[in-house]
Design a protein around this ligand. Structure first.
Ligand code: ZN
Length: 335
């Protein structure tokens, strides 16, 4: 895979060393590839970028637009098969096999724009936005057993038949179905990409679909990235928040034969807690700075909790000290 040697160079660049040199990487690469708001540096995952780009070709095959190369692959590979279900053949071209792999991206946001005479099959088609795979109806009685999406639509009013939908799907799925807008004009069914505003696939939205996560980070990373500071200060604060500074105690923790004691007082390992709060030197820095109240903020847990408490404290004094949080970050960086 060509992305692996590229990643070796990217990692070496980030940590400031030659590719032939081994150095401590205090944050793992998976974390660095997370979006900034999720605690990473937003460095693109090259394999996912490649898949998102290939998915653009996959989208061209199933979207209704016309293209000569799409006509050729349809004639060669899809005469008897559907694009979303066809299995790759060992003799297929490598490009075609790669495009088929990118279907995994499309599955994350593929939907239907329901036409006026829809033929979408409820038992075989994946058509409910936000759900991967087929969610077939659960018929509770023999009297109601819809086969096609058209059975769920009142042909006169062009509205969803909500009684049947609620009867055949769980509440949350039923709500998703009823929220799908129905067109009053006579249009055929059309494939849409549900993760963009105009219904068309974009590489950016495809990449985001591969990286999206519903988990809310415990730390508000916007505190770091919205600082009005030079990038080097922001990256420094990101490392401090991750307790990933190359302090002597951290390097000692990674197995380097090094004295872990603080260079200022030589009396305690230079952990983040000591270096930015407990050390007599640092206490003097804070007390003589325009932000002496920082001394009173306890640093007994993680750097993220300490920074959050300081941000809350400084927000309350906002207006009396301009750029207080920036001053705090630059003083930390200077220490
Ligand atoms: Zn010290």
């Amino acid at each position: 895979m060509i992305t692996q040697p590229i990643d070796v160079h990217r990692r070496a660049f980030l940590w400031g060393h030659d590719i032939n040199t081994r150095k401590v990487h205090s944050v793992n690469w998976d974390t660095i590839e997370k979006p900034k708001i999720q605690g990473g540096l937003g460095v693109h995952n090259l394999q996912h970028t490649n898949l998102a780009l290939l998915a653009k070709k996959a989208w061209a095959v199933i979207a209704s637009g016309k293209s000569l190369w799409v006509d050729i692959v349809k004639a060669k590979y899809l005469r008897k098969h559907d694009f979303l279900t066809v299995c790759p053949n060992p003799t297929d071209s490598r490009v075609w096999k790669d495009i088929l792999k990118a279907r995994s991206v499309l599955h994350k946001g593929l939907g239907w724009k329901i036409g006026d005479d829809t033929s979408i099959n409820l038992s075989t088609d994946s058509w409910i936005p936000g759900n991967e795979g087929v969610i077939a109806p659960i018929s509770l009685t023999n009297s109601i057993s819809p086969l096609f999406v058209s059975n769920l639509i009142d042909s006169t009013t062009r509205k969803w038949r909500s009684n049947i939908i609620h009867h055949c799907w769980p509440e949350d799925i039923a709500k998703q179905i009823i929220s799908i807008p129905l067109s009053l004009s006579a249009n055929p069914d059309e494939r849409i990409w549900t993760l963009s505003v105009n219904g068309k696939y974009t590489v950016k939205s495809g990449y985001h679909a591969l990286h999206s996560t519903n988990t809310t980070p415990l730390f508000d990373w916007r505190i770091i990235w919205t600082l009005k500071c030079p990038p080097r200060v922001k990256v420094f604060m990101w490392k401090l928040s991750r307790d990933a500074l190359k302090s002597s105690s951290n390097l000692f923790r990674f197995g380097l034969n090094i004295n872990p004691d603080c260079i200022f007082c030589n009396n305690h390992p230079d952990t983040a807690q000591h270096l930015f709060h407990e050390c007599p030197f640092t206490q003097t820095v804070w007390q003589t700075s325009p932000l002496p109240q920082i001394v009173s903020v306890p640093f007994t847990e993680t750097p993220q909790i300490w920074i959050t408490k300081i941000q809350q404290l400084l927000r309350n004094t906002h207006g009396t000290i301009p750029f207080a949080i920036e001053l705090f970050a630059i003083l930390c960086w200077s220490i």
